[in-house]
Design a protein around this ligand. Structure first.
Ligand code: NAD
Length: 411
């Protein structure tokens, strides 16, 4: 089942739980606006190249739409659609005043020079500048884009509207980016893990963790768990996997990865097969890499009691069912990885206020939002007698539905 079908299924299930009427259900599902633009740029060699840019703006009942822009050869409109919808529910679960959006350009950023990437970003911004904005739609980095991409969008947009740092988040700190944004998704995920474990009378120290992915999210998750006394017994990324039943020394593993470019050959652990990571013996499994990694082929062999979905859509619906039957508790992506968009919201607030926060304030506010989010989901689960994924969807969908009804339907 692809991401759009899985998201629609979860949405429809939550709409049934909430008893939404069919008119409202249909209105919430259909995107507010879908944008497709041609982006032609001169290449460095003088030839002309044309790319297609997308932006799906899903819903704005609760505030400006918010979501990433990805540069990827297979930017698939269906997937962008699903991700835009997920952002609507995710911002509502986090209780930040945003709707959802997602976008991208069908290109391979590795095939483009820095100046070609800059031209492409500026042309895309020129094509959509009147459809994004501080109070309309606020893009952020995603796969294949980064703070530099946001800096170019900010610069191009500001040519039309004057200095507008709040039009994008995930910017470089020098242009109004927030302290703590880099670590935010990983840190938020660890706060979410603490809230879940506390519910079961457990804490991070003394538990064993396996982490798939050692990029931005995975490396921060590993670092913060290690700091809290948790044992990270296995880590994998695209370069390999490493294990140590007594716990890996994460600062040393980070230094090894930095020096050699690979997880393999680390003196403080043993190399293992990357496919073993998801079924490795541990208490808590944290997928921080790709979607669909937990599926009917491996779900029955998962040993973890808890799964924290740091990646987007790591568990496909079949695996979800198998794992639930085994009694595995899954903390769903729309809540577990919402720390990034929450600190993006703090960045937007700081830009609008023209007053920047120190990192302690960012982290303390993030903890408040993540803890409150978990408690809200837990209450929703009790009310509707459902699991955490459905609780999170029902919470997000009910908030958007209420906002929609309050605004009314009159044209
Ligand atoms: N960065 C954020 O703020 C953010 C926010 C919300 C959700 N997410 C989601 O979290 C996930 C990770 O994002 P990121 O920003 O850390 O990306 P990243 O590109 O920094 O890291 C991805 C990691 O996954 C690893 N990986 C790729 N293929 C793998 C494989 N087959 N087996 C094991 N590891 C593999 C890579 O080596 C890398 O370590 C994605 O699903 C992303 O959508 C990220």
């Amino acid at each position: 089942m692809n991401a759009l079908a899985a998201t629609n299924r979860n949405f429809r299930h939550s709409a049934r739980i909430l008893g939404l009427d069919s008119k409202l259900e249909r209105s919430l599902l259909i995107p507010f606006r879908e944008i497709k633009v041609e982006c032609s740029i001169p290449k460095d060699d003088g030839s002309l190249a044309t790319y297609v840019g997308f932006r799906v703006q899903h819903d704005n009942a609760r505030g400006p739409m918010k979501g990433g822009i990805r540069y990827h050869p297979e930017v698939d409109p269906d997937e962008v659609n699903a991700l835009a919808q997920l952002m609507t529910w995710k911002t509502a679960v986090a209780d930040i005043p945003y709707g959802g959006a997602k976008g991208g350009i069908g290109c391979n950023p590795k095939d483009l020079s820095l100046s070609e990437l800059e031209r492409l970003t500026r042309v895309f911004t020129q094509k959509i500048h009147d459809l994004i904005g501080i109070h309309t739609d606020v893009p952020a980095p995603d796969m294949g884009t980064n703070p530099q991409t946001m800096a170019w969008i900010l610069d191009e947009y500001s040519k039309f509207y004057g200095h507008s740092p709040a039009v994008v988040t995930g910017k470089p700190i020098d242009l109004g980016g927030s302290l703590g944004r880099d670590a935010a998704t990983g840190r938020g995920c660890v706060f979410a893990t603490e809230a879940l474990l506390a519910e079961y009378g457990k804490s991070i120290n003394n538990l064993k963790f396996a982490i798939q992915g050692f990029g931005n999210v995975g490396s921060w998750v590993a670092r913060l768990i290690h700091k809290r006394g948790g044992k990270v017994v296995a880590v994998s990324d695209i370069t390999g996997a490493v294990k140590n039943p007594n716990g890996l020394n994460i600062p040393e593993l980070l230094a090894h990865k930095e020096k050699t470019g690979s997880l393999e050959g680390f003196h403080g652990g043993d190399d293992m097969d990357t496919t073993e990571l998801l079924v490795h013996k541990c208490d808590v499994l944290i997928p921080c890499a790709l979607g669909g990694v937990l599926n009917r082929d491996n779900a029955a062999n998962v040993k973890a009691k808890f799964i924290i979905e740091a990646a987007n859509h790591p568990t496909d619906p079949e695996a979800d069912e198998i794992l639930s039957k085994k009694g595995v508790v899954i903390l769903p992506d729309i809540y577990a990885n919402s720390g990034g968009v929450t600190v993006s919201y703090f960045e937007w607030v700081q830009n609008i206020q023209g007053f920047m926060w120190d990192e302690e304030k960012v982290n303390a506010e993030l903890k408040k939002y993540m803890t409150r989010g978990f408690n809200n989901i837990k209450d929703t689960c009790k009310t509707h007698d459902c699991n955490l994924r459905m609780g999170a969807f029902a919470l997000g969908v009910s908030r958007v539905a209420r906002a929609t009804l309050l605004r009314g339907w009159e044209a």
